[in-house]
Design a binder for this molecule. Structure first.
Ligand code: UDX
Length: 436
C-alpha cells in the first residue's frame, strides 16, 4: 500500500516508520523544515528507543521518505493518515483541532486520487463528521472516504506497542475504507498478534478517550490508596499486587507515584470532559480523577519539604529524573515541574539530572542547576528526590550517595528502593504508600 503520513510528531513518525517496516511505501510530511532536513539526514526529532535504526533501515530500503510537500506526499497514495497535534486549547481544555482541519483541507486540495483519509490524531467524538464536511466542500468531485484509527502507542515503548498492539481500532462505515485499512494492518493479523476491530467512526473516536480516561483512573485510584496506606501503616505495593492478581482488575497501571503526566492523559481527560459537558452527560469519575491528579502533583513538593523538616530555604534538593516517565525526553505535564516549582517557591536551590530530559527542562526553568548525573546532583545536597524511574537510577550505590550528601535524605516517588535497603545504607527514606 502507498501511505502518506501528515505530521511527524511522536505518533506520525513512529507509525510511518512502522508501516514502512511492514513493507508499505510511506511518505511522511511535516511543516517544519528543520525536522524534515534532520530526518533526511538521519537525525530524530524525538528520543525513542529503536527509532533511529528503524528509520535508517527503511529509508535505505527505499520505502520511507520525508518531505515538506503535501502534494508530493499524497500523489499516488491509497491512504492518507492525519497525525498532527491536538493540544489542549488554552483556558478551556478543548482539543485544538485547527491543525487537523488545516491538514485535511490541504490534503483534499492536493489529492487527485480517491483516497481513504484516516484520522490517527486523538480527536473528539464527531470530528470525523466535520472532516467529511470539509473534504466534501473542498473536493466535491473526489470520493474521499473518511475513517478513524486512533493510536494507543506509549512513548518509550512506541515501536513495540505499534507492532504488537493489544488491538487496532478502525472506525468507518465505508466498505472500501475498511478494505484499505485491512490491507494496511494485514501484517499484524498474519501472525494473529493483534485483533483489528472494525466499528463506526464515533465509536472508534470515543474508544481512545475512554481507554485513556480509564487508565488515568486506575493510576489515580492506586495513588489515593497509597495515601491511605501511609495513614494506616500498610504497603501499597503489596496491596497493588494483591488486587492486580485478580484478572478482572489486572496488574498493569497500578504503580503508585507522584501523579500521571505526559502528552496524553492530562490533555485527553480534559478533552473528554469537554465532550461530556457539551452533551450534558457529566463524567463525575473522570472530573474527580483530573482534579485529584492535579492536586497530587502539587502536594508532592510539600511532602518533600515536610520530610526535610518543614524548612528548605537555602537548602539544596537534588532531583533525579525530570521527564514524565523513563525512555522519553518529554517533559509535558511532568510531575517534576510541580515538585521543582514548590521547592523553589519555598526557597530551596534545585539541582537536577535526567538522561534525556534536560534540554526540554532547561527551557522551562532558568534557575535550576542541571548536572550530568545522580552523583553530581546529590553532592552536598540536603535531600535527593527520585521523580522518574530511569533504569540508571535503579541500581545506585546508596551508601555512596549518602556519603556525599550534606544530609542523607532520600525521597523515592517511584518506590524503586526498599526502605530497609536505604536505612541500612544510612539514608532517611520516604517512599510512596509505605508504612513509616
Ligand atoms: C498513554 C497511554 O498509555 C497510551 O495508550 C496513549 O496512546 C497515550 O497516553 P504515555 O503517555 O506515553 O501513553 O505513557 P504511559 O506509560 O501510559 O504513562 C503515563 C503516565 O502515567 C506517566 O506519567 C506514568 O509515570 C504514569 N503511570 C503509569 C503511573 O503513575 N503509574 C502507573 O501504574 C502507570
Amino acid at each position: 500500500m502507498r501511505i502518506a503520513m501528515i505530521g511527524t510528531g511522536y505518533v506520525g513518525l513512529v507509525s510511518g516508520a512502522c508501516f514502512s517496516d511492514f513493507g508499505h511505501h510511506v511518505v511522511c510530511v511535516d511543516k517544519d523544515p528543520s525536522k524534515i532536513e534532520g530526518l533526511n539526514a538521519g537525525r530524530m526529532p524525538i528520543y525513542e528507543p529503536g527509532l533511529e535504526t528503524l528509520v535508517a533501515t527503511n529509508v535505505r530500503a527505499g520505502r520511507l521518505f520525508f518531505t515538506l510537500d503535501v502534494t508530493e506526499a499524497v500523489r499516488d497514495a491509497d491512504a492518507v493518515f492525519i497525525a498532527v497535534g491536538t493540544p489542549s486549547r488554552r483556558g478551556d481544555g478543548h482539543a485544538d483541532l485547527s491543525f487537523v482541519y488545516a491538514a485535511v483541507e490541504e490534503v483534499a486540495r492536493a489529492t487527485t486520487n480517491d483516497i481513504t483519509l484516516v484520522t490517527k490524531s486523538t480527536v473528539p467524538v464527531g470530528t470525523g463528521d466535520e472532516v467529511e464536511r470539509i473534504v466534501r466542500s473542498v473536493a466535491p468531485d473526489r470520493a474521499i472516504r473518511v475513517a478513524s484509527n486512533p493510536e494507543f502507542l506509549r512513548e518509550g515503548a512506541a515501536i513495540e506497542d505499534f507492532k504488537r498492539p493489544d488491538r487496532v481500532v478502525c472506525g468507518t462505515n465505508d466498505p472500501e475504507a475498511a478494505t484499505c485499512l485491512r490491507a494496511i494492518y494485514r501484517p499484524l493479523s498474519l501472525n494473529k498478534s493483534a485483533p483489528v476491530l472494525f466499528t463506526d467512526r464515533r465509536t472508534a473516536e470515543l474508544t481512545k478517550y475512554a481507554a485513556n480516561a480509564f487508565l488515568a483512573t486506575k493510576i489515580t485510584f492506586i495513588n489515593e490508596i497509597a495515601d491511605l496506606c501511609e495513614a494506616v501503616g500498610a504497603d501499597v505495593q503489596e496491596v497493588s499486587y494483591g488486587i492486580g492478581l485478580d484478572n478482572r482488575i489486572g496488574r498493569k497501571f497500578l504503580h503508585a507515584g507522584p501523579g500521571y503526566g505526559g502528552s496524553c492523559f492530562p490533555k485527553d481527560t480534559l478533552a473528554l470532559l469537554q465532550t461530556a459537558e457539551r452533551h450534558e452527560t457529566p463524567l463525575r469519575i473522570v472530573e474527580t480523577v483530573v482534579s485529584v491528579n492535579a492536586i497530587r502533583k502539587r502536594a508532592m513538593g510539600r511532602k518533600v519539604i515536610r520530610f526535610m523538616g518543614g524548612e528548605v530555604r537555602g537548602k539544596t534538593v537534588a532531583i533525579l529524573g525530570l521527564t514524565f516517565k523513563p525512555n522519553t525526553d518529554d517533559m509535558r505535564d511532568s510531575p517534576a515541574i510541580d515538585i521543582i516549582q514548590a521547592l523553589q517557591d519555598a526557597g530551596a536551590h534545585v539541582r537536577a539530572c535526567d538522561p534525556e530530559g534536560v534540554e526540554q527542562a532547561r527551557r522551562m526553568f532558568s534557575d535550576v542547576e542541571f548536572v550530568s548525573g545522580p552523583m553530581a546532583a546529590v553532592k552536598d545536597a540536603d535531600a535527593a528526590v527520585i521523580v522518574t524511574e530511569w533504569d540508571e537510577y535503579r541500581g545506585l550505590d546508596l551508601r555512596e550517595i549518602g556519603a556525599v550528601m550534606r544530609s542523607p535524605v532520600l525521597v523515592d516517588f517511584r518506590n524503586i528502593y526498599a526502605a530497609d535497603q536505604a536505612r541500612v545504607a544510612g539514608l532517611r527514606y520516604l517512599g510512596v504508600g509505605k508504612p513509616h
